[in-house]
Design a protein around this ligand. Structure first.
Ligand code: SF4
Length: 330
């Protein structure tokens, strides 16, 4: 058993000063991922800085309509919030598609953004894993790859990003606010998660001493007509094989505005910008949806066991967009 120190600061300043002076410390929120990682010896901080007493647990509406979500807002609370349900239903649906009710009651906004891959080999400390131990290799590349990524992979890591919520936040152009002893900064969600490249152990642009304090979701009219569709091996408590977050506005049978992001297929929440470019200003037809999916998947690199994700992604993209058409019964 490894010794583990525990501290519980009462304000943000104290929290960021503590982490800045403690090199091998980790912030602890709901603990739904970090505690598992510590128990399984995948992560071994010397100190956990429990941030649950910080005043970061409110959802507020700013003057311009932006929703500001404190980093400690629980997933279940956010999913049920009336402004989220009406303004961006894809976010409610994405959260409710993740984990179980008990986990959503514990998991926080900030922690969900930082949850780590569920690659089996990452959790198996007897297996080679560049993400867990840089430079040791990747057991998945010669192993069972059914759940692994086809987009954004590298020769060093092919693990999928596990968060449903982050996929919706990607489509919604959210911004992550972080704080450290150096001050506050804002990171567009598109720049928050990074692909594995040569350094799969680095998953975000967050520094060790930075604390997520809030996520801001801009007021997007298109998001009122949005949906999160998740395909998985069982109806609940399973990670996505493919998921799609989409928002659509159609005028005179043409696509006036669209937001599209994918989960379950990529090494990070995957904003489908190629597909969006094909769709916008085009006809709202099955042919357009198919062409958009094709454009997005052109860079996909399937592994031995996950080639099925290509067709599944094509169909899920089309089904999700179809379901958002005016008067659709899909
Ligand atoms: Fe590790 Fe990534 Fe390979 Fe999984 S895919 S074993 S997380 S390096």
């Amino acid at each position: 058993m490894r010794p583990l120190a525990y501290v519980r600061p009462l304000d943000v300043r104290e929290a960021v000063e503590t982490i800045a002076s403690t090199p091998n410390a980790k912030f602890l929120g709901g603990g739904t991922n970090l505690v598992d990682l510590i128990r399984r010896d995948v992560e071994h901080p010397d100190t956990v800085v429990d941030v649950t007493a910080l005043p970061l647990n409110e959802v507020t509406e700013l003057a311009d309509g932006t929703l500001r979500v404190g980093a400690l807002v629980r997933n279940s609370h956010l999913a049920a919030h009336p402004l989220v349900r009406t303004r961006c239903p894809m976010l409610t649906q994405a959260i409710l598609a993740g984990a179980s009710g008990q986990l959503r009651n514990m998991a926080t906004m900030g922690g969900n953004l930082l949850q780590r891959t569920r690659c089996h080999y990452f959790y198996d400390t007897a297996a080679a894993c560049n993400k867990r131990e840089p430079g040791t290799g990747c057991a998945a590349l010669t192993g069972f790859t059914r759940n692994h990524a086809i987009l954004g992979t590298s020769e060093h890591c092919i693990a999928t990003h596990p968060s449903d919520m982050s996929v919706a936040l990607s489509a919604l152009d959210a911004t992550v606010e972080v704080e450290s002893i150096r001050g506050r900064r804002r990171i567009p969600i598109a720049d928050f998660h990074v692909p594995p490249g040569n350094t799969p152990q680095t998953e975000t642009t967050l520094s060790h001493d930075e604390l997520i304090t809030a996520v801001e979701i801009p007021p997007l009219a298109v998001a009122r007509n949005s949906r999160y569709r998740k395909v998985r091996d069982r109806a609940s408590y399973a990670f996505a094989l493919v998921s799609v977050a989409a928002a659509l506005r159609v005028e005179d049978d043409r696509i006036a505005e669209v937001r599209l992001a994918l989960g379950g297929v990529a090494t990070r929440p995957w904003r489908a910008t190629r597909a969006e470019a094909v769709l916008v200003n085009g006809p709202a037809t099955e042919e357009s949806f198919a062409a958009a999916a094709e454009a997005e998947l052109v860079t996909a690199v399937p592994q031995a066991d996950n080639g099925f994700k290509l067709e599944l992604a094509r169909r899920t993209i089309a089904a999700t967009l179809r379901g958002l058409l005016p008067r659709s019964t899909a």
